[in-house]
Ligand binder design. Structure first.
Ligand code: HEC
Ligand code: HEC
Length: 206
C-alpha cells in the first residue's frame, strides 16, 4: 500500500513539473548557455528587488518564517512560483505577488536566487545527532545525503529552522496550505519532537 501510494505520488510529482513545459524548458536552455545565463541572472537580480524586502538581497532571509532562496535548486524555485501563481500553494502575500511576474521574469528570478551562496544557521547541538539519524532513515533517498536536493527535490541544508518546522508539520498534518503526496507519506510517522530534531540537523548543514 505504501509503495503504491508512493508510486502514485511520483506520477503526480512529474505531472506538476510537466505542467509548465514552457518556463522549465526556457530555464534549461539558459542554463546550457553561459553567456545567456549570466545575463539572465543579472536581469533576475533586478527583477527581484521587491522580493528582497522579505527574502534578503541575495536570498538569505532575515525573518524566521520566510525561507532562504539562496542556493536553492532553480527548477524547484520555478515550480513553487508556479504553484503560488495557480493557488495550489497558499500564502496570501506570495499568491498576489507572483501573479504580476511575467514568465521570463520567473525564470530569471529563479536563476538569480539559485546562483547565490546558501545560508547556514546555528542549531541546538543536543538535537543534531537524532535529527541526522531520522533524516538518514526517512529523507535522504529524495533530498540526498547532504540535503542538497537535486533537480527534482529541494535543498534543505541551511534552511531557516522555523520555516523548516512549519513546512514539515504542514505536510504531516495535511493542512491544505501545501499538498504533496510524497511529503505526506514521508512525514506521516514523525512526532513533534522528531520534527524539532530534524529541523535542527538541517539548519546547521553547509
Ligand atoms: C512580504 C514578504 C515576502 C515578499 C515581499 C516575498 N516573499 Fe516569497 N515568501 C514569503 C513567505 C512568508 C514564504 C513562505 C510561505 C509559506 O510558509 O509557505 C515565501 C515563500 C517563497 C518561495 C518558496 C520557497 C521554498 O523554499 O519553497 C519562493 C520561491 C518565493 N517566496 C519567491 C518570492 C519571489 C520571487 C518574490 C518577489 C517577487 C517574493 N517571494 C517576495 C514572503 C515574501
Ligand atoms: C519520496 C521523496 C521524498 C522524501 C522521502 C522526502 N521528501 Fe521532502 N520533498 C519532496 C518533494 C517532491 C518536495 C517538494 C514538494 C512541494 O512542491 O511542496 C519536498 C519538500 C520538502 C520540504 C519543503 C522545502 C521548502 O523549501 O519549502 C521540506 C522541509 C522537506 N521536504 C523535508 C523532508 C523531510 C524532513 C523528509 C524526511 C522525513 C523528507 N522531506 C522526505 C520529496 C521527498
Amino acid at each position: 500500500m505504501r509503495s503504491l501510494l508512493a508510486a502514485a505520488g511520483l506520477v503526480f510529482a512529474s505531472f506538476s513539473v510537466l505542467a509548465q513545459p514552457g518556463t522549465l524548458e526556457r530555464l534549461k536552455t539558459l542554463q546550457a548557455d553561459p553567456v545567456a545565463l549570466k545575463a539572465a541572472v543579472e536581469a533576475g537580480r533586478k527583477a527581484s528587488f521587491f522580493c528582497a524586502n522579505c527574502h534578503g538581497e541575495t536570498g538569505i532571509s532575515k525573518m524566521p518564517e520566510v525561507p532562504n532562496l539562496a542556493g536553492q535548486n532553480p527548477s524547484y524555485l520555478l515550480e513553487q512560483i508556479r504553484k503560488f501563481g495557480s493557488g495550489e500553494r497558499k500564502d496570501q502575500f506570495m499568491e498576489g505577488l507572483i501573479k504580476v511576474l511575467k514568465d521570463e521574469e520567473r525564470v530569471q528570478i529563479a536563476l538569480f536566487f539559485a546562483s547565490q551562496g546558501a545560508a547556514r544557521s546555528k542549531a541546538d547541538a543536543g538535537q543534531v545527532a537524532r535529527g541526522k539519524e531520522l533524516f538518514a532513515k526517512l529523507c535522504t533517498r529524495c533530498h540526498g545525503d547532504g540535503a542538497h536536493g537535486n533537480d527534482q527535490y529541494p535543498r534543505l541544508a541551511g534552511q531557516n529552522l522555523v520555516y523548516l518546522q512549519t513546512s514539515i508539520t504542514r505536510y504531516r498534518d495535511g493542512t491544505g496550505v501545501r499538498n504533496n503526496q510524497l511529503m505526506s507519506i514521508a512525514t506521516a510517522t514523525l512526532k513533534n519532537d522528531d520534527i524539532v530534531a530534524i529541523g535542527n540537523y538541517l539548519t546547521q548543514l553547509p
